[in-house]
Design a binder for this molecule. Structure first.
Ligand code: ADP
Ligand code: MG
Length: 489
């Protein structure tokens, strides 16, 4: 058989021209819309990125054990999945009012916000300043990072004419700090490790709330940090403002993580520090920040990793850690695709054996490209072709190359969506809800990838047919959610 490529409705369509022999041995031609066979190596790469239903079930079981181990852990070797106590023991109801400051550190952007909560009938009003965190602050001296933060707060107060209350009471601030933190209370906690490309010195092991408050006090600002909030916990709070059935929140952005509502009696490690809490009675709720991104750091996911996953891990700032996150999140997916492309180029299978100039450096295949490529209907390659030629500067893209690139993207983003779904299914099974559960989800992958929500829903349903749930886009947990938590103090 040979292949024929036709342009149809501006869409590059692939048709295979099959030579068929009739009973007389004469050749007849028939055109099919059929994806041509991929080269063997491309198929094996895609197969390595595609896990089976049994694999996802096995990963779900491993995850359930990791959750259990994290909750049970006391002293001894640190478990991979930390299951950290947030000290949030009730969720906002939506009726909260008042002005709160919030900081959002730990994503692509750093933000300073004023959130005006206006009760149940009105959406909160939000003012915000957005900054890109300079690389030298991410990797430099921790003190400089907190001085920078205090500086942005000072500018924000000035620009918006905010000051202390009439009796000198300070403005309350919720600090969304989206890294693993061992909290000692709602407004204190020490950084366990940096993730997502941060590595500022002198912060790991220190109380980040205290470091922030010291910088604020040094700048003589009328602000008090009342809550240290992980972005997943903020997302849960933000979702709860609109939907009281929300019990789980997950993030699929730069990194990946989840939080959920646990029974306080399950948190043995924190029984002393939670003893004084009365919300909901002795076995009332507490929000757990799972830190599931580190799932697999004990090696339990090794057999599901591909060569590309291992290479990304080796070259990362935190090799051996955040194994689950590196299979899922925006920081890594584009790079997985780039490495898969590179391995085909190195074997001379695509792009004439030469890596396009624009893709030579690491991290040059952006995760948003996956969304663009998969936006076309199945087996259409207009966007892939457009991206490779217009954005990435390839002179000529052979149709089979577009098919290969799209197929790799699909395998990588599907694996990510299915793994997040596996995590959510494990949390549902842990909670064993008696009614409907709303799962609040934030992050650019869920928000912008054209198939992410649908794939996730399908996988959760498959793994967890007995529970009723909805996945709900829940934005701005780190602003609105953190403010709502500060309002409960
Ligand atoms: P945060 O940094 O707070 O997690 P986001 O949720 O916006 O912020 O996630 C940022 C990540 O999402 C980046 O890694 C980026 O590559 C990825 N991303 C941005 N836009 C898109 C998109 N359209 N489709 C898929 N991923 C995207
Ligand atoms: Mg975020």
């Amino acid at each position: 058989p040979c292949d024929l490529y036709i342009l149809f409705n501006n869409q590059l369509e692939i048709s295979a021209l099959w030579k068929m022999r009739n009973y007389n041995g004469m050749e007849v031609l028939e055109t099919h819309k059929k994806t041509p066979e991929l080269p063997e190596k491309a198929r094996s790469i895609i197969a390595s990125l595609s896990l089976s239903t049994d694999d996802y079930k096995a990963i779900g079981d491993l995850m359930a054990s990791s959750f259990e181990a994290g909750l049970k852990a006391s002293g001894g070797p640190k478990p991979a999945v930390k299951m950290l106590c947030s000290y949030v023991t009730k969720l906002p109801a939506g009726s909260e009012t008042g002005d709160y400051l919030a900081l959002d550190l730990g994503g692509t952007n750093y933000r300073v916000l004023l959130v005006r909560l206006r009760g149940s009938d009105q959406e909160p009003e939000i003012l915000e300043d957005v900054y890109a965190v300079p690389q030298e602050l991410m990797l430099g001296d921790g003190a400089a990072l907190f001085t920078f933060i205090a500086g942005t707060l000072r500018d924000f107060l000035q620009a918006n004419q905010l000051s202390a209350g009439p009796d000198g009471e300070r403005l309350k601030l919720g600090f969304t700090f989206s890294f693993p933190v061992e909290q000692h209370g709602l407004s204190s906690g020490s950084l366990i490790m940096w993730t997502k490309g941060f590595a500022a010195k002198g912060v790991v092991g220190h109380d980040v709330c205290k470091l922030l408050q010291e910088a604020i006090d040094k700048a003589a600002l009328p602000i008090v940090c009342v809550a240290l909030v992980n972005d997943t916990v903020g997302t849960l709070a933000s979702c709860a403002l609109e939907d009281p059935r929300c019990q789980i929140a997950a993030i699929v952005g730069t990194g990946s993580n989840a939080a959920y509502v646990e029974r306080r009696s399950s948190m043995e490690r924190y029984s002393d520090s939670l003893a004084g809490v009365s919300d909901g009675g002795p076995d009332g709720p507490v929000v757990v920040n799972t830190e599931w991104g580190n799932f697999g750091a004990d090696g339990c996911l090794d057999r599901f990793q591909t060569d590309f996953d291992r290479e990304i891990d080796k070259k990362s700032l935190n090799p051996g850690f955040q194994v689950f996150e590196k299979l899922i999140s925006g920081m890594y997916l584009g790079e997985i695709v780039r490495l898969a492309i590179k391995s085909l180029v190195d074997d001379g299978i695509i792009f004439g054996g030469r890596m396009p100039e624009s893709l030579v450096q690491p991290m040059t295949f952006l995760t948003k490209y996956l969304s663009e490529i998969e936006r076309d209907p199945p087996k259409h390659y207009y966007s892939t072709d457009q991206l490779l030629t217009v954005d990435l500067g390839l002179k000529l893209v052979h149709p089979i190359e577009a098919v290969i690139v799209r197929s790799i993207c699909e395998a990588v983003s599907t694996r990510s969506a299915f793994l997040v779904a596996t995590g959510i299914a494990s949390l549902l099974k842990r909670i064993k809800p008696s009614g409907h559960v709303t799962v609040g989800i934030d992050g650019s992958l869920f928000k912008f990838h054209p198939h992410f929500p649908e794939r996730m829903t399908r996988k959760v349903q498959e793994l967890c047919p007995d529970y009723e749930f909805t996945l709900k886009l829940s934005e701005d947990g780190s602003g609105k959610g953190a403010a709502a938590i500060a309002a409960l103090v």
